[in-house]
Design a protein around this ligand. Structure first.
Ligand SMILES: [Zn+2]
Length: 435
């Protein structure tokens, strides 16, 4: 009888059914209580849930150009630790990922790191300037096979440029991921516009600056019959627009970050720039609306907007600090805390919002597949009954700007499997060279 590489025993599938799951030569080879063969490594997973490997459509890996904040390798390690088997690398690097050359470089760095698939996102406009379209066709045809295009960090604010981009990507089945932020209404903004910003005397960032772009772009996507994805939705009003657009049959998808499912703008009263993020933390009622929308499917996916920054960019005055926070290593725990432990979603829905749906939007066919015999073994095993305490000095990211330092979070990731090999084994990242 043949010997499999791994046997995960007594694990719960997303639907709650307990089974044993065998992995061999990169594939799931058995999902059955009656597996009789031998295994090189047996994993006792009594209290654990196995999900398809997580897929993050919104990661800032910072390479090329800001390797002091993150590299493709350090970001891959952080992603694997967080249960991810694929991440989409945002285009706002230096140089910008607006040519086939840059996206191929990022793609190859991901392959070399070998801990997960890195799928580069291409810029919509040259240099993220919002004026002329980038070489989208060349990026789509490159070895990186780019399908998602985004100027994230910047909004594609010119409606004519946005229309042309939406038209252009139809040729190869692409999608435009919009960072919805009216630049005129948010110039110099520091945090959510509301009661807290008024009290602190910080320039506010109105919800309507996000919602007006979402409304415009769902109408544009409808007009040219193309695919639109809205990055990091943060407001209750934005949720209503997406709900309306979907009811009309408009081809739009939307994401929410873990931090917008949990944190609120009153954290700015600490003046701790770790809570400074773009788009900003909003109010309790926005958080409530985002959770409801993720549960009912109006919001399709969770995406981290993992945004590493070096210490000097964050440990300064609020006004001077960079926008952004880490997300990869804590994403699943925050989703468990806000959506599972509150009874709003079950693990099958988490598998959908964090793996199946993002893989479908990105066209990543080897990810986000239902767990079946013969399927590629991209998997994460999590113990929802255990907790862990976040320590910014122990994160695998090269940066340490996590808003959860010192917080006890539910859900310990015990194993991540990338193409049948453990990238995380018993909670530890596997050293380089072992894959
Ligand atoms: Zn963004």
């Amino acid at each position: 009888m043949s010997t499999v590489d791994y046997l995960i025993k007594n694990v719960s599938l997303p639907d709650g059914i307990k089974t044993d799951l065998a992995i061999c030569d990169g594939l799931i080879t058995s999902i059955s209580k009656n597996f009789k063969g031998e295994a090189q490594t047996i994993i006792e997973a009594q209290d654990c849930v196995v999900l398809p490997g997580l897929v993050d459509l919104h990661t800032h890996l910072r390479e090329p150009g800001r390797e002091d904040a993150e590299t493709v390798l350090s970001g891959s390690r952080a992603g694997a630790k967080g249960g991810f088997t694929a991440v989409s690398a945002m285009a706002n690097t230096s140089p910008v990922a607006d040519t086939a050359g840059v996206v191929e470089q990022v793609y190859r760095l991901g392959q070399e790191a070998g801990l997960l698939d890195v799928f580069p996102i291409g810029a919509v406009t040259q240099g993220l300037k919002g004026e002329s379209l980038s070489e989208m066709g060349a990026m789509a045809d490159s070895v990186a096979r780019v399908r998602i295009f985004s100027d994230d960090g910047n909004c594609v604010s010119d409606p004519l440029v946005m229309r042309r981009a939406l038209e252009y990507i139809k040729k190869f089945g692409g999608v435009i991921a919009q960072h919805a932020q009216d630049p005129r209404m948010t110039m110099g903004s520091q945090m959510n516009e509301g009661e807290v910003s008024a009290r602190l005397g910080l320039k506010g960032w109105p919800a309507v600056a996000e919602e007006s772009i979402i409304a415009r772009d769902v109408l544009l996507a409808d007009h040219v019959k193309s695919r639109l994805h809205i990055c990091h939705l943060t407001t209750a009003g934005g949720v209503e627009i997406i709900r309306w657009a979907k009811a009309r049959g408009i081809d739009v998808t939307a994401e929410v970050t873990p931090h917008h499912l949990l944190l609120t703008d009153d954290l700015a009263t600490s003046y701790d720039p770790v809570f400074k993020v773009n788009p900003p933390l909003r109010t309790e009622s926005d958080v409530h609306a985002l959770r409801e929308a993720l549960a009912d499917g109006t919001i399709d996916i969770v995406a981290t907007d993992h945004a590493p920054h070096p210490t000097e960019a964050k440990e300064c005055e609020w006004q001077e600090a960079a926008f952004g926070m880490l997300g990869l290593e804590t994403a699943l725990s925050i989703v468990q805390k806000t959506m599972i432990d509150t009874g709003l979603m079950n693990w099958s829905q988490v598998a959908d919002r964090m793996s199946i749906a993002p893989a479908r939007i990105g066209g990543y066919s080897e990810h986000g597949q239902p767990l079946v015999v013969g399927g590629i073994a991209n998997l994460v095993v999590v113990n929802p009954k255990k907790t862990w305490t976040v320590d910014r000095d122990l994160v695998l990211s090269r940066s340490s700007n996590t808003p959860y330092h010192g917080h006890e979070l539910p859900g310990v990731i015990t194993h991540t499997f990338f193409k049948g090999r453990a990238s995380v084994l018993n909670g530890s990242i596997m050293p380089l060279g072992s894959l």
